[in-house]
Design a protein. Structure first.
Lengths: 498, 159
C-alpha cells in the first residue's frame, strides 16, 4: 500500500488529470469520426506532445486511445457506421437497439462496459508489465538484438492476407531505419548530402505520414458519411437487473481482451468479434443476438476496451508495439527520449507509474467525458466532411512544422503520405513497416556491437541464454503464424473441394 | 496483370537502386566486420527476393485464372485522382509557407481543401478558414510558444 501515497501526490504535482481528461475527450471526438481510427487520432496529437511534460504526454496519448475505443461505438450505434474497426461488432446489436428507440441505453451499456473492460485491462497491464520488465533487466547487446528479432517476427501475424507483402513492408521499414549516421563507424548512409537526414528519419514523421496523411488522401475519394437525425441524446446507464445480465458477457469480453491484447497483431477488432461470438454462444438469450441484444453490445465493448490496456504490455515491457495504436504511443515515448522496455522501469519508473495512474483516471474520466461529450460528438459526426478534412489537414501540417520548425519535415510527412497511399493501393500493411522503422536501429546496432564484442563469432547469440530463448521464441512465433495461416487457407479451400 | 505484379516490378527496381546506393557507402577505417553497408545490402537482397516472389505469384495466378481475375481492390482510380489533388494542395502549402506566412498559407490550405472536397466557397467559408488559421496560430505561437513562419510580411512592413 506504500505506493498509494506517492501516486496520490503525483495526481497533484503532475498534469496527469487534465491530460487524461483532454486525451479521453479528444479520443471520443476522433473515434466518433468514421475513417479516423484511434491510431490516427493519436497521431494527430503527437506533434503537440513535444513541448509537454513527459508523463503528461504519454498519459495524453494513452487516454486518447482509451477514449477513441469508446468514441468508435457512437456512430456505430447512431448511424450504422463504425467509428473504429473494433466498433464493427458493436454495430450489429447497437444499431438494432437504436432502431428500437434504445440508442441512449445502447450507448450507456457501451460506456459502462468500456469502463469495466478498461479497469480489468489496467490491472492485468500493471501485473504483467512489471514482471516482464524485471526479466528483461538482465539483457545484454545479444539479448537486445534477439528482442528486436522477436519484435520483427510479429510481422508474420500482422501481414494480413499476404505474408510476402508484410515482410516486404517490414524490410522497407528496416531500410528507412538505416538512413542517417551509421551507429558503429559514423559513416553517412543514404543522406544524399542533406544535413537534415544525418540523424535519420524520426519515426513520428513516418507514422503521421502513413496513417494521417494517407487517410486524408483516401477519404478525399470516399463519399460523405451518413448523418444522424438526432441532435441531442442522453446516455442511459443500465439498471441493476441489466447489470446482472451483463455480468457474463462482460467477463467473456474482458477475458478475450486479455488474451488478444497480449498477443501481438490480434488487436481490438479480432477481440471484439471473438467476444461477440463467445457471448452469443454462452447466452441464455441467443435468439436476441443480431436483433438488439444488450449482451451483444456489452461483450465487444468490454473486449476492445480491455485490449486498449493489455495491448500496451508487450510495448511497455519489451518495447515491441503489437498494434498501430501501441506503435503511435511508442512514438510518443521516443519523442521524449524514453525507450520502452526493461530500462524504462529502472530509469523512468515515475513515468510508468504516471501512465498507470493516468490510465486509471482516463477510465473514470470516460464516464464523465462520455456523458458530457455526447452532444459535441453527435455535432462533430454531423459536420460536413470537407470542413473536417480541412481541419485535420491544417492540424497535421501545423503540428509537424512545430516539431523542429522544419519545412523539410513537412516534405517528409507528405512523402510518407504518398508512400502510405501506395501501400493501401497495393494492399500492403502499415504496421510491419512501422515495426521495421522503429526496431531497425536496435537490431542493427546490437547485432554489430555483439559481433565486435565476440570477435565476429555468431555463436555469441546462442551462448547468451536469454538471446537463445528469444530467438527460439521468435522461430516458434513465426512457425505458429505460418501454421495458423496454413490452417485458415485449408479451411477456406476445403468447402469448395467438398 | 494484377497489382501484385506491378508492386513486384517496382520492388525489384527499388531493391536494385537501394543495393547500388548501399555499395556506394564509403568504407570507414573504423568499420567493424559487417560494415555500414553490410545490413543494407542484405535488406536489398531480401527485398529483391520478396519482390520476385510477388511477380512470379502474380504471373502464375494470371496463367491459372485467366484475364478476368484482376480486381481493383479497396482503393480505386477515383481515389488516385482525388488524392493527387490533395497532394497538390499540400505541396502548395509547403512552397507558399515561407513566402506568405503561416496564417495566409493555412487559410488557403483549408479553403482549398473545403472547395476541393465539394464545399462551396462562401463568405462564411472564408471567415471560417481565416478564423481557424488565426485560432491555430494562437494555439501554437501564443499558447505553446512554438514559432510558425511569418513569411515576407515583416520585411515588407519594415521598409
Amino acid at each position: 500500500m506504500e505506493f498509494l501515497l506517492p501516486a496520490f501526490k503525483m495526481l497533484f504535482t503532475t498534469p496527469i488529470v487534465p491530460a487524461a481528461f483532454a486525451g479521453v475527450a479528444w479520443g471520443i471526438l476522433g473515434g466518433a469520426l468514421p475513417g479516423i481510427s484511434p491510431s490516427i487520432t493519436m497521431a494527430l496529437l503527437l506533434p503537440f506532445t513535444y513541448s509537454m511534460d513527459s508523463t503528461a504526454a504519454v498519459v495524453l496519448l494513452a487516454s486518447t486511445y482509451v477514449g477513441a475505443e469508446y468514441g468508435g461505438s457512437i456512430p456505430a450505434i447512431l448511424i450504422r457506421t463504425p467509428g473504429t474497426n473494433a466498433a464493427a461488432a458493436t454495430l450489429i446489436d447497437g444499431y438494432a437497439m437504436k432502431e428500437q428507440g434504445k440508442a441512449g441505453e445502447a450507448l450507456g451499456i457501451s460506456l459502462y462496459c468500456g469502463v469495466v473492460g478498461g479497469l480489468v485491462g489496467l490491472v492485468v497491464l500493471v501485473l504483467m508489465t512489471e514482471w516482464l520488465s524485471s526479466v528483461a533487466l538482465a539483457f545484454k547487446p545479444t539479448s537486445y538484438f534477439a528482442l528486436g528479432i522477436l519484435g520483427l517476427s510479429v510481422i508474420a501475424s500482422l501481414s494480413g492476407d499476404s505474408l510476402v507483402k508484410g515482410l516486404l513492408a517490414g524490410v522497407f521499414g528496416l531500410m528507412i531505419a538505416s538512413i542517417g549516421t551509421d551507429p558503429v563507424s559514423g559513416v553517412n548512409r543514404f543522406t544524399f548530402d542533406s544535413s537534415e537526414l544525418l540523424s535519420g528519419i524520426p519515426p513520428i514523421l513516418v507514422m503521421v505520414g502513413i496513417y494521417a496523411i494517407s487517410e486524408l488522401f483516401i477519404q478525399s475519394g470516399a463519399k460523405q458519411w451518413d448523418q444522424t437525425t438526432q441532435k441531442d441524446l442522453r446516455i442511459k446507464f443500465p439498471s441493476l437487473a441489466m447489470w446482472k445480465r451483463l455480468a457474463l458477457p462482460q467477463t467473456i469480453g474482458s477475458l478475450v481482451g486479455i488474451v488478444e491484447g497480449i498477443t501481438p497483431g490480434a488487436g481490438g477488432t479480432v477481440s471484439s468479434f471473438l467476444a461477440y461470438n463467445e457471448a452469443r454462444r454462452w447466452s441464455r438469450h441467443k435468439e436476441e443476438f443480431g436483433k438488439g441484444s444488450p449482451e451483444g453490445v456489452a461483450a465487444p465493448e468490454a473486449a476492445n476496451n480491455t485490449v486498449a490496456c493489455t495491448a500496451l504490455i508487450p510495448m511497455l515491457g519489451l518495447g515491441i508495439p503489437g498494434s498501430n495504436s501501441a506503435a503511435i504511443l511508442l512514438g510518443g515515448f521516443m519523442i521524449h527520449d524514453l525507450i520502452p522496455g526493461p530500462m524504462l522501469f529502472s530509469k523512468h519508473a515515475h513515468i510508468v507509474d504516471g501512465l498507470y495512474l493516468g490510465l486509471l483516471v482516463a477510465t473514470f474520466a470516460m464516464v464523465i467525458v462520455g456523458y458530457l461529450f455526447m452532444t459535441p460528438a453527435i455535432w462533430m459526426v454531423n459536420r460536413p466532411k470537407p470542413y473536417l478534412m480541412a481541419f485535420i489537414f491544417a492540424l497535421v501540417m501545423s503540428g509537424i512544422f512545430a516539431v523542429e520548425n522544419s519545412l523539410f519535415h513537412l516534405w517528409i510527412v507528405l512523402g510518407f503520405g504518398v508512400v502510405g497511399f501506395a501501400m493501401r493501393w497495393f494492399n500492403v500493411p502499415f504496421l510491419p513497416m512501422v515495426l521495421g522503422a522503429i526496431l531497425g536501429f536496435m537490431v542493427e546496432s546490437n547485432y554489430r556491437r555483439s559481433l565486435v564484442l565476440s570477435g565476429g563469432d555468431h555463436m555469441t547469440f546462442i551462448d547468451d541464454r536469454i538471446s537463445a530463448g528469444l530467438l527460439a521464441f521468435s522461430g516458434l512465433f513465426v512457425l505458429g503464424a505460418l501454421v495458423r495461416r496454413g490452417i485458415d487457407e485449408w479451411r477456406r479451400l476445403s468447402p469448395r473441394e467438398g | 496483370m494484377n497489382k501484385d505484379f506491378y508492386l513486384g516490378v517496382i520492388g525489384l527496381a527499388f531493391a536494385g537502386a537501394y543495393y547500388a546506393m548501399a555499395e556506394a557507402i564509403p568504407r570507414s577505417m573504423l568499420a567493424d566486420n559487417v560494415g555500414a553497408h553490410g545490413l543494407p545490402r542484405v535488406y536489398a537482397a531480401v527485398f529483391a527476393v520478396l519482390s520476385l516472389i510477388l511477380v512470379m505469384r502474380a504471373v502464375l495466378l494470371r496463367l491459372r485464372a485467366g484475364a478476368g481475375a484482376d480486381g481493383e481492390g479497396e482503393i480505386t482510380r477515383i481515389h488516385l485522382t482525388r488524392a493527387a489533388g490533395m497532394l497538390g494542395i499540400g505541396i502548395f502549402y509547403i512552397v507558399a509557407l515561407p513566402w506568405i506566412g503561416y496564417i495566409p498559407a493555412l487559410a488557403v490550405l483549408t479553403a482549398a481543401t473545403v472547395h476541393y472536397q465539394g464545399g462551396r466557397i462562401t463568405r462564411r467559408t472564408i471567415g471560417l478558414t481565416i478564423g481557424g488559421a488565426v485560432i491555430l496560430w494562437l494555439i501554437f505561437v501564443v499558447v505553446l510558444d512554438i514559432p510558425q513562419p511569418a513569411g515576407l510580411w515583416p520585411e515588407i512592413f519594415a521598409r
